[in-house]
Design a protein. Structure first.
Lengths: 189, 189
């Protein structure tokens, strides 16, 4: 799925490899079937540690170049010890980083050089839901707002179109705005 | 929202504070309105860096005890440089850590001592979606499977009920299995 050809790097994206990858997947659609994974180990209270390392893609088991660990916890105001962000904050990070990666790829493909891309994401949540105090309140975010600043060598409307196209092709945006079937299996022995 | 009363810690959860918090929110439901936030700065290619620090809750601006930074990237096989997990892997970490935190709180409230909780989460995704090669394929996960192992001082059915109740009260499970409205605003100057 990677190919080393004449390098044509824009925005840090090797566009030759990007297009070669697209062509490789066109020729062999099965290569695009991936499975991503995370492991989680409970530590104490609301504190747990996640591990991200291996995944499946392009027909074989693969591994990141190193193992990533991320602690999650609740802050003291939510009866935790603040050893890491809350799980719902990781969701916001996932959304922003997905839209940003897509934007850089799309800009590179369209020949637009980016000079600055940053964003803030805010999610409103009413904890009466997860606390079980009001059955009319949902557990998760009621809404999420992403504010992007995009600067580069293109007119404003072209820069805006990059964000729009990234949204249209974002895995995490799709996950959050549409439904994903989630199955939970439990072992107790 | 926190209260220091006679300590009664189980599974690392201060259950007196947990119940005091519940009672405080019952008396003042507005305290439960939170806003969580993340910032993201593009670095190069698919590599970006997220920052998580401040949030709003219990009527005022708050801050984590320290600032958290998380890099995200694509692996080489997806034309990135593997400087961090992919955005969609952070989604899996968020789900596992949310279910685990809830499980520990619920076990503590029910007087069940946990000895081991770990989980693996796997998400299947067909990248023909985000690559724009097949309009019939969605961008995000087609399905997610969570496999929990829970051990503690309770019969198997009681341990299984902890996971079920955590699922029923999980913010991230709700976010993934129901829809969240996401608004994107863009500034280009």
């Amino acid at each position: 799925m990677t190919a080393t050809v004449n390098k044509s790097t824009r925005n840090g994206v090797d566009t030759d490899t990007l297009f070669a990858t697209l062509n490789a997947v066109k020729a062999a659609p099965e290569a695009a079937r991936f499975q991503f994974r995370a492991r989680n180990d409970w530590i104490s209270g609301t504190h747990s540690r996640g591990t991200i390392q291996d995944f499946f893609g392009v027909g074989e088991e693969r591994s990141h170049e190193r193992t990533f660990h991320f602690d999650a916890d609740h802050p003291a105001v939510l009866v935790g010890r603040d050893n890491g962000p809350t799980p719902v904050e990781f969701v916001l990070h996932a959304l922003a980083s997905c839209l940003t990666a897509g934007l850089a790829n799309i800009a590179a493909a369209r020949g637009i050089r980016l000079t600055d891309v940053h964003s803030t994401v805010a999610g409103d949540i009413d904890l009466n839901g997860i606390l079980g105090l009001d059955p009319a309140v949902r557990n998760g975010y009621q809404n999420i707002t992403v504010r992007f600043t995009v600067r580069g060598d293109a007119p404003a409307d072209k820069l805006r179109e990059l964000v729009e196209q990234s949204r249209a092709r974002s895995a995490v945006f799709d996950i959050l705005t549409n439904q994903v079937p989630v199955t939970i299996e439990i072992t107790t022995d």
